[in-house]
Design a protein around this ligand. Structure first.
Ligand SMILES: [Zn+2]
Length: 467
């Protein structure tokens, strides 16, 4: 299979949230100023990553304590691209050319007052900021080595006049939260907000030559995307067994990462098209409510069922079989009720549907096992587990896809695998042959929104080269 990962050469105009200004004038100003202030780190992010990004948006959902003035929004890319990046863009601060950013790493036992002193902020101003910060977060010490971002008004720098007025301070409080203070007309405003994600929208496409999974991985398709694709089309096609030579696929996906965590981005397929033996399947990601997304076909019918087809991520399964009747330990033929999925020890096991844990403990030959009751009709069992996930015990409610345990080899088992059973009205059924009805469709009220989003995604998919 040959896979082409495409990227767009659009300049990274949207990625302006915290980057201050560009150009040599700004750099020289800051350098001069830094020499005057001494021992300060200045970061001038270069936009070298722009060339390989298709488009970037800053996405912030604010949980403001006091609202900020509306930041300016800069136009990005083509009209289609703008529609794609439809979510509101809100950089932490007005990224106008009037501000310079200075980044300081805190020393052991450091506090904001000491930093402001090192930055030569005049006494009167310094106590104003200190009072504000104390009021908002108390006097807790700053851990050593933390990056604090200071934003100053740009002025004509000289040793005599020193830095411009301090306009804002920003610090990451945790992986997800940032704290910021900004000088406004009515004093210094404090915000605690979610840290913005950099979101890149990318495409990938290819033609299957041999096996979808092996060739896909060789070609650089991330396992997370392969797993998502298998899950999306799980009820329509077995990507391992049914995809044939000459079949084609196109994927549009987004990659989110937070500053400082670029190495572990979150990936999500936005749209996918699979042509299997001339039959085209399409999946469109759509959120009926914010954060509540699902995949639909072009007619707006959900591709998901109320149950997942596999309790393991598809790419983690090394083999699955249902016919193993000769028991390797008991050396006898036993009716085997269940599907065995070979996978590495420690592979996360997912609840196949919403339900209540009825058993989580040692269960004879099953070893460490979980029984999950979904409703009056269906029950599922997960056996030979290495351990349970945190908080998994009888009486606990879990949701579809939630990790409930990890693959092991406890009980009568010869090697790490998951033994999975599904019961309907207390009768064992083969989970691989049960088909559940589609669980929902797009309501008439959302049809137009869905269709316009679908058109945008399909245009993007249409631009993916297929070679
Ligand atoms: Zn088994």
């Amino acid at each position: 299979m040959s896979v082409a990962i495409t990227a767009y050469g659009v300049a990274c105009k949207a990625c302006v949230g915290t980057q201050g200004t560009s150009g040599f004038g700004g750099i020289i100003n800051v350098l001069v100023w830094v020499l005057a202030a001494s021992c300060i780190i200045v970061l001038r992010p270069l936009e070298t990553h722009a060339a390989k990004q298709k488009a970037v948006r800053k996405e912030v959902s604010t949980k403001s304590i006091q609202s900020n003035s509306a930041p300016t929004r800069r136009p990005v890319g083509s009209p289609t691209r703008n529609a794609l990046l439809r979510q509101p863009v809100q950089p932490p601060f007005d990224p106008s050319d009037k501000w310079e950013r200075v980044v300081i790493k805190s020393r052991p036992g450091d506090n904001f007052g000491a930093m402001l002193t090192r930055l030569n902020v005049p006494q009167g101003e310094r106590s104003l900021w200190e009072r504000s910060i104390r009021r908002d977060i108390g006097t807790r010490p700053i851990p050593a080595g933390k990056e604090i971002h200071f934003y100053f008004a740009k002025t004509i720098f000289s040793a005599r006049t020193g830095p411009g007025q301090l306009k804002a301070i920003e610090v990451d409080d945790s992986e997800a939260l940032a704290l910021s203070w900004e000088r406004g007309i009515r004093g210094i405003l404090f915000q605690r907000r979610e840290r913005p994600f950099d979101v890149e929208v990318k495409t990938v496409g290819g033609v299957v030559d041999a096996s979808f999974f092996e060739d896909g991985r060789k070609a650089g398709l991330q396992p997370a995307l392969l797993s998502q694709l298998a899950d999306i089309f799980t009820w329509d096609i077995d990507l391992e067994k049914e995809v044939r030579r000459g079949d084609t696929f196109k994927i549009l996906y987004e990659q989110r990462s937070r500053r400082g965590q670029e190495s572990k981005p979150l990936l999500r397929i936005l749209a996918a098209e699979l042509v299997n033996a001339g039959h085209k399947m399409t999946a469109i990601y759509f959120e009926k409510e914010k954060g509540q997304g699902n995949y639909y076909n072009e007619e707006g019918r959900s591709l998901a069922r109320s149950f997942l087809r596999f309790p393991l991520e598809f790419s983690a399964i090394t083999s699955h079989f249902t016919e193993s009747r000769f028991h390797p330990i008991l050396k006898t033929n036993l009716p085997h009720t269940g599907v065995d999925f070979a996978a590495q020890r420690g592979t996360p096991v997912r609840a196949v549907g919403d339900g209540i844990i009825v058993e989580a403990g040692w269960n004879g030959g099953y070893g460490k096992a979980i029984d999950l009751k979904h409703d009056a009709t269906y029950m599922s069992r997960y056996a030979h587990l290495d351990r349970f996930a945190d908080g998994i015990q009888p009486g606990v409610a879990v949701s579809k896809g939630q990790i409930i345990g990890y693959v092991g080899s406890t009980g009568r088992s010869t090697g790490p695998h998951l033994h999975f059973e599904l019961y309907k009205d207390q009768q064992y059924v083969n989970p691989l042959s049960v088909d559940f009805p589609a669980d929902e469709s797009i309501e008439p009220g959302l049809q137009r929104l869905f269709e316009s989003q679908m058109r945008t995604y399909l245009v993007e998919l249409g631009s993916v080269p297929q070679s």
